[in-house]
Design a protein around this ligand. Structure first.
Ligand SMILES: *[C@@H]1O[C@H](CO)[C@@H](O)[C@H](O)[C@H]1NC(C)=O
Ligand SMILES: *[C@@H]1O[C@H](CO)[C@@H](O)[C@H](O)[C@H]1NC(C)=O
Ligand SMILES: *[C@@H]1O[C@H](CO)[C@@H](O)[C@H](O)[C@H]1NC(C)=O
Ligand SMILES: *[C@@H]1O[C@H](CO)[C@@H](O)[C@H](O)[C@H]1NC(C)=O
Ligand SMILES: *[C@@H]1O[C@H](CO)[C@@H](O)[C@H](O)[C@H]1NC(C)=O
Length: 519
């Protein structure tokens, strides 16, 4: 049953890729390019987020290649899957609830996994063959989760970074756009704008922490890679060379960000027109009763790691609500029980698009947030990883969500939160506004992604797009040398001034004394 459901979601995705929905309005190119996508193949959610871009590039006549592994063969139309044959670490290797209890455990897991994966990746003959011929590609696009293993590909080849996350300050800084932590979020925790003094301090500290973590994750694999490829410059230096950064930010949720021309926001890439729902789900949802949709995603909380008692809370609260509930929690049996429909994976976008859906209970993965914002459905957030918490924080600040914690979740807390959102119209109204801002754009995320990817390929990496600031050291960037010089000069001038004053005073006093003696 579960397998069937999974297959049906995969076939829904494949159907959407084949359907022509993901067709940008960018005029067809006159040149054909060879583009390689290096995505972390075990993270399905990342592949699904990037897929619309691959689909459209292939449709436009480019030769699009991507790495696949034997467990995940994605049938993206007209995209060539190169099976690297490596068994990479996968989200199901992580116990999600360990992350909930101790977020730092994720850092250690990631750092070790990144180094192991990099090592394994380059032990593969297929990888090495592609690696040796990387110069044949006009552009290589690397998912930021894959950077630790794929940095060697990026050295000396025009490359773009694709981030399935909002703008990370450190990543932006490496392209030469240093965000000011006095008002740009650390991407770890959100505070009400404009920041109060204490929040500003916290945001500065968190921004530094974000930067530390960003490079800490790569540190182990950098050691491994520099042993294998001694000619390789440091990862930091390679990353500075990125031609393009496609980043999953949006003005609706992240506010007005000052971006470089080669930092292109593509939140909403996965959005497509709603497709008809499976009949059993549609029948369940029809009528006048509001529907609540509960789901914790396809990759991160996929394992059966949500503790039994937490699942029981979700189910027993759902059963007592005067609403219908569609619940998709990994490891549950499918079936209907009164007002609750237990399902496996379902086409989430199409459920959220249904006018009866009034609330989404979610862990706040990025794609889910884009989808719920697009369809204007308010949220109860139960985040697992820190990045989910940051997304939840954005929704809460916009007045569109209530954030709860898995650790303190009780029936009463959950029921109160549900009733608050279902009976207080302000959450729905605020979400409707955010949704309008999200939809009202002069071009789509796919248009931007396609245009700029082709642009970077057309101009062989488009060096003219890269900010010169990326080469500067902190001393140069902040002109600390000249500020120091100015301070020294001021100090000297002040000392000279003091000396002159003293000299003059001594002279005056001396003169007076002399006059006194004479008379
Ligand atoms: C894939 O390529 C074939 C042959 O060029 C074309 O007919 C088909 O429409 C393409 N499919 C998509 C989804 O672009
Ligand atoms: C996750 O599930 C897979 C397969 O169901 C299992 O092999 C793995 O040990 C599980 N991981 C954790 C951390 O529970
Ligand atoms: C940066 O890009 C240029 C042009 O493609 C290349 O010559 C140079 O080696 C690259 N530097 C690094 C550190 O990869
Ligand atoms: C739904 O509500 C409307 C008006 O409130 C009513 O006319 C209609 O009969 C209801 N439909 C069902 C299926 O209950
Ligand atoms: C609805 O929620 C908003 C935001 O939490 C709150 O300010 C407002 O007082 C609530 N309205 C009612 C009627 O409870």
């Amino acid at each position: 049953m579960k397998l069937l459901m999974l297959l049906s979601v995969l076939s829904t995705a494949t159907a959407a890729w084949n359907s022509g929905y993901f067709t940008s309005s960018v005029p067809l190119p006159t040149e054909r390019f060879k583009i390689l996508f290096l995505l972390p193949t075990t993270f399905k959610s990342h592949i699904w987020m990037a897929a619309p871009l691959l689909v459209d590039l292939a449709r436009r006549g480019h030769e699009v290649h991507m790495f696949c592994d034997s467990r995940n063969q994605f049938k993206i139309p007209n995209v060539t899957c190169i099976n690297h044959g490596v068994r990479l670490s996968a989200p199901e290797d992580v116990d999600t609830f360990d992350v909930v209890r101790n977020p730092l455990s994720l850092l250690k897991t990631f750092t070790n996994a990144a180094a192991n994966d990099a090592e394994k990746m380059f032990n593969s003959d297929i990888t090495m063959k592609v690696f040796e011929r990387r110069g044949e590609y006009d552009l290589i696009v690397i998912d930021h989760l894959g950077l630790s293993m794929f940095y060697p590909f990026a050295h000396g080849t025009p490359f773009a970074i694709l981030s399935c996350s909002p703008l990370l300050p450190c990543q932006s800084a490496s392209l030469g756009n240093v965000p000011n932590p006095a008002f740009v979020s650390s991407a770890l925790m959100e505070f009400k704008q404009p920041y109060g003094t204490f929040d500003r301090l916290k945001n500065i500290v968190l921004t530094l922490a974000q930067c530390y973590v960003y490079w800490a994750i790569h540190s182990q694999s950098e050691i491994v890679m520099s042993e294998r490829f001694p000619w390789l410059p440091s990862f930091k230096e390679i990353e500075r060379n990125a031609s393009l950064h496609l980043v999953t930010s949006s003005m609706a949720l992240d506010g007005p960000l000052a971006l470089l021309p080669n930092q292109v926001p593509i939140a909403g890439l996965v959005l497509r027109p709603p497709q008809p729902l499976p009949k059993d789900i549609l029948d369940f949802m029809s009528g006048n009763t509001s529907v609540i949709y509960i789901s914790f995603g396809v990759s991160f909380i996929r394992n059966d790691s949500i503790p039994r008692d937490k699942k029981d809370i979700l189910l027993s609260v759902s059963k007592k609500l005067p609403y219908k509930v569609i619940m998709n929690v990994y490891g549950q049996a499918s079936g209907r029980s009164g007002n609750v429909l237990l399902t496996g994976m379902v086409p989430q976008q199409d459920i959220l698009a249904h006018p009866n859906v009034k609330l989404f209970i979610s862990h706040c993965g990025l794609a889910g947030v884009d989808e719920t914002v697009y369809h204007g459905v308010p949220v109860i957030a139960l985040p697992a990883a820190p990045e989910h918490g940051a997304m939840a924080g954005k929704l809460v600040l916009a007045g569109t969500a209530i954030q709860l914690s898995w650790l303190t979740l009780t029936e009463e807390i959950l029921r109160d939160a549900v009733m608050e959102i279902m009976t207080n119209s302000s959450y729905g109204e605020n979400m409707a506004f955010v949704s309008r801002v999200f939809r009202d754009q002069k071009d789509t995320a796919l248009d931007r992604a396609v245009f700029w990817t082709e642009y970077a390929a057309r101009f062989r990496g488009a060096p003219h797009l890269k900010s010169p600031a990326r080469h500067l050291s902190w001393i140069e960037f902040l002109s600390l040398d000249f500020i120091l010089l100015a301070l020294v000069l001021c100090y000297c001038a002040f000392n000279v001034f003091l000396k002159v004053i003293r000299a003059l005073r001594t002279k005056c006093v001396g003169d007076k004394n002399e006059k006194v003696k004479i008379t």
